[in-house]
Design a protein around this ligand. Structure first.
Ligand code: AMP
Ligand code: ZN
Length: 476
């Protein structure tokens, strides 16, 4: 099986991915917090994870992809209070929008998509185990904290030094007045006792009414669904600390096993050189881009035009560049399918089902090798464009078409969505006059003159398209 190499945040170096069992690779991705529409930065991370899954699939692995939905936390509760709706009304609405957007981006749905609120029992059990092993303690108000000093390895992922642990490792409400009896600032809440702001969002637990902390949900769900396949865990780079550090601490202390071997993090997306923010008016969702006339595949291309560990600067110009690159890919797709006698839909379905995993990469070998080396999408695209400019050596038309479309599958571009439009350019006066003269010759049935004029127009790079009552001119 060809190797897929990914940069592991844990070792700070590239490593070949080796599944813990057989051909199956467990891949846990921290999912969205469903209180608002995910922005294009969030989607940069989710799409990179989709490329990772597709690449592993093309390498012949059986990928067990799990991505959770964070449907209870400070943000979701606040939103439901502001809107006077129940928590589930808010989170179900935004989950539906998220699914719709994922589909528009041509993302493969995860095999399992667990919700935090469906796994309260598992979270309570994990806290109980940690209390029993003295890795956690209960405070007077009925909250439970993880005791960071009880885990020697804390900080291994983020390379955090002891002295830096004076800052809070709690993601939500770090200055919460109710946390007065936390033993150390670094300790983080796994169970939050019920407060008036929580309204009716609470569950019963051995420590009283309350709700779980954000870090705990991922630990509990990842263990439940991937306990036997603790391979890849992934998210945006902002999740390294404290979220992933805390997940490791809770899981390794409660389950006495290494919690995932490969930690993969996606760099952030910048917009027009800066952070995306509503006040700067550069906060985009897929809808904002579609409204400007670009198909979602164009946005997907722009978001994958840099390798996932490079910061990408998103600009409107990058969409225009993506559009023209996609037109070239679509032309090559059409031509290669026609030469091989294949159809887009059936070929892409067969590729997805794994039918061509062992088919040769032919002229696209270099592009594939680049992609499977730390998902270098930028390099792989460069490889594709140089390959399609060349002669294809010994590859048959069907080998070439299959290899090209395997790569397009791994990158996840739905080329059938690409609009091929000839740029509308006004013809120069000289061409218009020649075409008009040809039209008149045609009306007076002087076919020889009409043909001669058509050839002269064509030789100057223009094509005459006849209509019933006149003609149009198109640049060749
Ligand atoms: P959230 O819904 O806030 O939990 O975020 C969902 C995912 O998007 C997480 O993996 C974040 O790390 C990631 N993320 C947030 N902002 C950006 C950004 N500007 N660029 C890339 N990924 C991001
Ligand atoms: Zn998570």
């Amino acid at each position: 099986m060809p190797e897929v190499i990914l940069h592991n945040t844990l070792s700070r170096s590239p490593e070949p991915i080796v599944p813990s069992k057989g051909k199956r690779i467990g891949m846990y991705c921290c999912g969205p917090t469903v209180y608002a529409q995910a922005h294009i930065g969030n989607f940069r991370t989710f799409i990179s994870q989709d490329v990772m899954r597709r690449t592993l699939q093309m390498a012949g692995y059986d990928v067990l992809h799990v991505r959770n939905l964070t449907d209870v936390d400070d943000k979701t509760i606040k939103r439901s209070r502001e809107e006077g709706k129940s928590l589930s009304e808010v989170t179900e609405y935004w989950t539906e929008i998220f699914h719709r957007d994922c589909q528009r981006f041509n993302m493969l749905p995860p095999k399992i998509e667990p919700k935090a609120t469906d796994h309260i029992q598992e979270q309570i059990e994990m806290i109980s185990a940690l209390l029993e092993k003295r890795h956690a303690y209960q405070t007077e108000d009925g909250s439970v904290y993880f005791k960071v000093s009880s885990f020697d390895e804390y900080g291994r992922l983020s390379r955090l030094k002891e002295r830096e642990l004076t800052t809070s490792a709690t993601d939500e409400s770090p200055n919460d007045a109710d946390e007065y009896d936390r033993e150390s600032l670094a300790d983080f809440a796994m169970w939050k006792s019920r407060k008036s702001d929580d309204g009716d969002v609470y569950w019963q637990s051995p420590w009283g009414e309350g709700r779980p902390g954000w870090h705990l949900e991922c630990s509990a769900m990842a263990m439940k669904y991937l306990g036997n396949h603790l391979d890849i865990h992934s998210g945006g780079e902002d999740l390294i600390f404290p979220h992933h550090e805390n997940e490791i601490a809770q899981s390794e202390c409660s389950c006495d096993t290494q919690f995932f071997r490969y930690w993969i993090h996606c760099a952030h997306l910048l917009v027009e050189g800066g952070k995306m923010s509503k006040s700067l008016n550069n906060f985009y969702t897929i809808d904002d881009i579609v409204e400007k006339g670009f198909a979602p595949v164009v946005l997907r291309y722009a978001l994958t035009s840099g390798a996932y560990r490079q910061t990408i600067n998103f600009t409107m110009d990058s969409l225009h560049a993506a559009q023209s690159a996609l037109v070239r890919l679509r032309h090559f797709s059409n031509d290669s399918l026609a030469a091989a006698g294949l159809k887009w839909d059936s070929l892409m379905k067969a590729i997805q089902k794994g039918k061509y995993v062992n088919a040769p990469w032919g002229p696209f070998q270099k592009a594939w090798d680049t992609l499977r080396t730390d998902l270098n999408t930028a390099g792989a695209l460069g490889g594709v464009f140089s390959a399609i400019k060349e002669e294809y050596g010994d590859s048959s038309p069907s080998e070439t078409a299959i290899a090209f479309h395997k790569l397009i599958f791994a990158l996840g571009y739905d080329l059938s969505e690409v609009v091929i439009e000839k740029p509308k350019i006004e013809a120069p006066e000289e061409i218009k006059e020649l075409a008009q003269a040809r039209w008149e010759a045609k009306q007076s049935k002087d076919w020889a003159a009409a043909d001669d004029l058509r050839d002269r127009v064509q030789a100057k790079g223009w094509k005459i398209l006849d209509r019933k009552d006149g003609f149009d001119l198109e640049a060749i």
